[in-house]
Design a protein around this ligand. Structure first.
Ligand code: NIG
Ligand code: FE
Length: 412
């Protein structure tokens, strides 16, 4: 049923139809209408405007008086590992006792720990608990999300994860994008033969995933003790053959030259970027590759934050994601991630909102469908109580401001 939302205190994140990613200074721009209305038709935004020009109520339109509440485009989260078998708070205690992420992984924790648990888990249970997490994300105002495989680490278990993600796509009202992250860690069986595992992923996993339509993107963890720049380029090329764009993990702990190579090979996004050298920053300038920063991961691991301010100042397009996963970012909270981006990475509130909405949508290739308030886009909205200003959103960190989420024209 069509809905007419009236008395919106402030409608923010308004875009022209077809408006896409924002780069550099453009990220300071947030269009808004105070005292607004918005009309949905089916799953989409049909129109919006100022209350002074409210359209006549027509039959068949449900009127919802928002009584001054603020309306944002629902948040988009373009980098998560939401499908996992179990939390890892044992490693959290190890971390509190002084072990680093690398030391925890070397002691049998980390990604291999998650993989061992996921390999044993039944697909139906994996789906059930992932669906619950996705619903929690929606309740926090998330309307579109990318979810990676990468805790399977065998052909069968990577496919199992991707089938779970496909089922989430089919059953959730959140827009879900799937990424094949076969090269997330070197499985124990391949400890002394990494090349054989890389070949398995490139020659068998990616072609099968493409044939079954199980992924939208490919990814690889390009890092010391994980996968090289050369491995990353091979994955990007393998994805290219099937029209699967690349979103890659680079520069989390070490700058290996992965940013430049990813940009040169047309990656959709480069993610993490905590350790950036001049050549990495230069590579991003003028490119359409989205720099995706993961402040929750820096907060939780106590590692440096990506130099987001410097990237925006150099004209780069920047997105914020949660990196939600049990090992390096056990929280998906979009409001908290925006606050961290402002407080720790010196984004302005307008930049953080663009980074968490339209640019985050662009980082998963769905900016034409979601990420802003525009006619014909999905009616995906995050509603907060009346706020004193946009700045209040990241300022009052930890306070939950989103009170309702609309997805595809329906309040969840
Ligand atoms: O993005 N860095 C690689 N992958 C994840 C962490 C995965 C894990 O620790 O389970 C990340 O931080
Ligand atoms: Fe990640």
């Amino acid at each position: 049923m069509a809905k007419l939302l009236t008395n919106i205190g402030c409608l923010l994140g308004i875009d022209n139809p077809g408006g896409g990613l924002k780069k550099g200074v453009e990220m300071r721009q947030i269009n808004q209408i105070d005292n607004a209305w918005l009309l949905t038709e089916g799953q989409f935004i049909a129109d919006f405007g100022a209350m002074t020009e409210l359209p006549e109520a027509t039959a068949g339109v449900e009127i919802v008086d928002l009584k001054g509440a603020w309306v944002f485009p629902a948040f988009c989260d373009p980098h998560t590992h939401l499908v996992f078998a179990a939390s890892r708070e044992g490693e959290f205690i190890d971390k509190l006792n002084g072990l680093s992420y690398e030391q925890i992984a070397a002691n049998g924790g980390g990604i291999l720990n998650s993989a061992a648990k996921l390999q044993k888990m039944d697909e139906a249970i994996l789906y059930e608990q992932s669906a619950w997490r996705l619903q929690q994300a929606a309740l926090q105002g998330i309307g579109a999300i990318e979810i990676k495989s990468g805790y399977g680490l065998t052909l069968a278990d990577e496919l199992k994860m991707l089938r779970v993600i496909r089922k989430l796509k089919e059953t959730s009202s959140v827009l879900v994008k799937a990424t094949c992250l076969g090269l997330h860690a070197i499985p124990r069986e391949f400890k002394n033969n990494k090349a054989a595992y890389v070949n398995l992923v490139i020659d068998r996993l990616i072609p099968q995933v493409a044939a079954e339509g199980l992924a939208d993107f490919v990814d690889v963890f390009c890092e010391t003790n994980y996968f090289s720049v050369e491995d990353m380029v091979a994955v990007i090329a393998a994805g290219d053959k099937y029209g699967l764009k690349a979103k890659v993990h680079v520069n989390q702990f070490n700058a290996l030259g992965g940013v430049k190579a990813a940009v040169q090979h047309g990656a959709l996004s480069v993610d993490h970027l905590e350790v950036m050298e001049e050549e990495d920053l230069v590579a991003l300038q003028g490119s359409n590759t989205m720099a995706t920063v993961l402040p929750g991961c820096s907060f939780y691991l106590r590692i440096p934050y990506a130099p987001a301010r410097a990237m925006i100042d150099r004209g780069v397009g920047l997105a914020i994601a949660s990196d939600y996963n049990p090992g390096s970012s056990p929280s998906i909270n979009p409001e908290l991630n925006m606050a961290l981006a402002c407080i720790q990475q010196r984004l302005l509130p307008e930049e953080a909102l663009n980074a968490a909405t339209i640019n985050a949508a662009a980082a998963m290739d769905c900016a034409a469908e979601v990420g802003s308030i525009a006619i014909k886009k999905r009616a995906n909205l995050a509603v907060t109580r009346a706020l004193p200003s946009l700045a209040y959103l990241p300022y009052a960190f930890g306070e939950k401001k989103v009170i309702r989420t609309m997805l595809n024209g329906t309040f969840i």
